[in-house]
Design a protein around this ligand. Structure first.
Ligand code: PAF
Length: 288
């Protein structure tokens, strides 16, 4: 495995891989890797001749400076994990390498990117599209792998790929959870042991809502999740929306769509740590 820090260096190694007829799988990450990322890398390694993983904390997608400052950086540990998983390249550029000039491009995919994360983190998806498009241009992957924990992000990236006419396959991958149900996230590393204990209530009430939905309206199910999580001291729901899984628009009734997902963001603890998760009510998530 090679650690590469420049776009030119990346291009040289990739052209050799391509000249050998290898397909290129790509896993974009912001580092602080965990088993969720590992599952994406394993899938890429199993489906492609060559796997590139980017490890770059992208400043343009953080609308909150403190959030950016607190974001964990663990490149050495990330490289050890990636080597053991069989990745071929870790691409870990500097901010100057990715943004030699301020990126003034704007990306807008309403209504997908205007709600939920789009509404609560203004500019977030624009920053995600800026970096992911730059990475796609640098890597030119055949396939790119994204976790469904960031359910709305996957929809925005699919819209961007179509908009830019890029010839690559977006491969959504299932959420990976701790044994107790908490969705894996790099931000979990920021939780104190006490906060980690209460954070499990997020997935607990999402799972319970799958039973609760039987015989209850969509509005009642939404309230069930919000009210129960808000009752836990140290947790505060920022939003919980039950949406159409393609358009990301809030639904009024279970009958309004055949593909329904509930997407939640919760503040946990003193700092607080912002945790996201989602649950499928109708239709199918990615399977593997
Ligand atoms: O999901 C993430 O970790 C980031 O948003 C991504 C896709 C790597 C872009 O910085």
């Amino acid at each position: 495995m090679q650690l590469i820090k420049t776009i030119d260096g990346l291009g040289m190694v990739l052209s050799i891989a391509r000249s050998e007829g290898k397909t290129v799988g790509f896993v974009p990450t912001m580092g602080a890797l965990h088993e969720g990322h590992a599952s994406l890398v394993r899938r890429s390694v199993s489906e492609n001749g060559f796997t590139v993983v980017s490890d770059f904390v992208n400043p343009t997608q953080f609308n909150d400076k403190t959030d950016l400052q607190n974001y964990p950086h663990t490149l050495d540990a990330d490289c050890r994990l990636l080597e053991s998983l069989g990745a071929d390249i870790v691409f870990a550029p500097s901010v100057e390498e990715m943004y030699p000039e301020p990126d003034t491009r704007t990306f807008s995919y309403p209504p997908i990117d205007t709600v939920m994360e789009g509404a609560f983190r203004p500019g977030h998806f624009n920053g995600v599209c800026q970096i992911v498009s730059k990475l796609f241009y640098a890597v030119c992957p055949d396939r790119a792998y994204f976790g469904e924990k960031d359910f709305q992000q996957v929809a925005v990236i699919k819209a961007m790929v179509e908009d830019l006419g890029l010839d690559l396959e977006i491969c959504p991958c299932p959420i990976v959870r701790e044994a107790d149900g908490l969705a894996l996230s790099s931000r979990n590393a920021l939780l104190t042991p006490e906060e980690r204990k209460i954070a499990v209530n997020i997935s607990k009430y999402l799972f319970e809502s799958k039973q609760f939905m039987e015989g209850h309206t969509l509005a009642e199910t939404r309230s069930f999740v919000i009210d129960n999580i808000n009752k836990v001291e140290g947790l505060e729901v920022q939003y919980y929306d039950i949406v159409d899984a393609d358009s990301m628009q809030s639904l009024a009734n279970w009958e309004d769509s055949n593909s329904i997902v509930g997407c939640i963001t919760v503040f946990c603890g003193q700092r607080p740590v912002r945790l996201i998760d989602n649950i499928r009510y109708k239709g199918k998530n990615a399977v593997r």
